[in-house]
Design a protein around this ligand. Structure first.
Ligand code: GDP
Length: 416
């Protein structure tokens, strides 16, 4: 149903929380980039005039251009990452394939994943892989060939092979979920190096356990190390191979309860990563093999196989896991991937506003100063004009008096 809804454009997948947030933050940073570029251009224009803006401030804003550009690059690469751990043959590759609805990763008794395998979406039409430290694209025609390529190589157990799978073949990959499959935690691994190299940026960890046995010390040990390095990692526990329980229905409830209690204790009391209520939403009993078979048959890729007792319930539980997983990973990724960027975006926007405000205030101050200067000048002119008027009037008066005096004296002299 989810697949149909999504292809019809009514996408209510919880992954959309991340997809939409990513689009929004990308758009916002696009706008910030425009503002920064406009501001730099404007500052260059006014830098030459009036000393309104200092060279230091221009440099500060110019530095934002590169900063915003690199944030946009990081944002466009941001994805949600889920890493799968567990003992060899517990079904890690099968779970990933079931979620991706295709046999992408090699799985089976004859094959053991002896290195880290990352599956991510690509816009390329054909699948390909790259090995650590190289950009060379090796074409992958089939799972068999991928398995062969991986076995042939002498890869170290902490090395990473990246499998690029066409996005248009899988919705989870289209929505930027990246899957990481690990070698079994029982393969004498250097756990610390694994965590440092591949786990620090994981949003969700999935422990694929075997429902036919109890959690092993090696499996627990790994998650103890993870929860020491990361604060409250999101951990799901999948009790895989639950189809085996169908052969012993009389013990089904009892076995389930026992696994459930132990898994809750592990998450809540031992690791302290969640509350008991949250833990109930993190533990599932599934059969990856059945889900994969059913989905392949649904798509007409393989013939359908006879169903084991209780298949439908296990299938629903797998779907329930997928939904809870999608909710958890998208919320967690939004927080871890975008919170820092949005803080930085706010900081840059505030700095821009402060600088533009200071330019505006400086311009206002200069304008007032000029107006004042002009007023002083006009006052002076007015005063001089007034003085001139007074002086001229006095002069006129004096001259008139003088003329009158002379006239009087002349006429007096003439009469005399
Ligand atoms: P990984 O080593 O953890 O990646 O395990 P794989 O996915 O390669 O699985 C090992 C074997 O277990 C394969 O033969 C799978 O077909 C089988 N297997 C995986 N999941 C299940 C399951 O749910 N039920 C059963 N019966 N077999 C499974």
């Amino acid at each position: 149903v989810t697949a149909v809804l999504r292809t019809n454009g009514i996408d209510n997948s919880p992954l959309q929380i991340f997809v939409k947030a990513k689009k929004k933050i990308n758009d916002i940073f696009g706008e910030i980039e425009d503002y920064v570029n406009d501001t730099v251009e404007y500052m260059h224009e006014i830098e030459k005039e009036d000393h309104i803006v200092s060279a230091e401030k221009v440099k500060q804003i110019e530095e934002f251009v590169d900063k915003v550009h690199s944030i946009r690059e990081v944002l466009s690469r941001d994805h949600m990452k889920v890493a799968f751990f567990g003992r060899t043959s517990n079904g890690k590759s099968s779970v990933i394939n079931a979620m991706l609805r295709d046999k992408i990763l090699p799985s089976g008794i004859g094959h053991t994943t002896n290195c880290f395998l990352q599956v991510e979406g690509s816009t390329s039409e054909d699948p390909y892989l790259t090995k650590e430290g190289s950009n060379e694209r090796c074409a992958v025609e089939s799972v068999g060939q991928l398995a062969h390529a991986l076995c042939k190589e002498k890869l170290s157990e902490s090395e990473m092979v990246r499998v690029f799978w066409p996005k248009n073949r899988c919705l989870l990959l289209r929505d930027d979920v990246v899957f990481v499959d690990s070698p079994g935690v029982d393969v004498t691994p250097n756990l610390d190096e694994w965590i440092d190299k591949h786990c620090l940026d994981a949003d969700v960890f999935v422990l694929v356990a075997n429902a036919e046995s109890t959690l092993m010390v090696t499996e627990k040990n790994f998650f103890h190390k993870v929860s020491k390095k990361l604060s409250k990692p999101n951990i799901f526990i999948l009790n895989n191979r639950w189809d085996a329980s169908a052969t012993e229905p009389e013990f089904l409830d009892q076995v389930r309860r026992q696994h459930q209690e132990r898994a809750v204790d592990f998450l809540v009391k031992e690791l302290g990563v969640c509350s008991s209520k949250e833990a109930e939403e993190r533990i599932f009993f599934i059969s990856a093999k059945e889900v994969l078979q059913a989905r392949m048959a649904e798509q007409g890729q393989t013939a359908s196989t006879p169903l084991t007792e209780g298949f439908q319930t296990r299938y629903f539980e797998f779907q329930d896991f997928e939904r809870k997983f999608e909710e958890c990973i998208s919320k967690s990724a939004v927080k871890t991937k975008f919170e820092q960027h949005s803080q930085r975006g706010k900081f840059i926007a505030n700095e821009l506003r402060d600088i533009l405000e200071s330019i505006y205030n400086e311009a206002l101050r200069l304008r007032e100063e000029k107006l004042k200067q002009r007023k002083e000048l006009t006052d002076k002119i007015n005063y001089t004009e007034q003085q001139l008027v007074i002086i001229t009037q006095e002069m006129k008066k004096k001259i008139r008096n003088m003329v009158e005096d002379v006239e009087q004296r002349v006429s007096k002299a003439l009469t005399e």
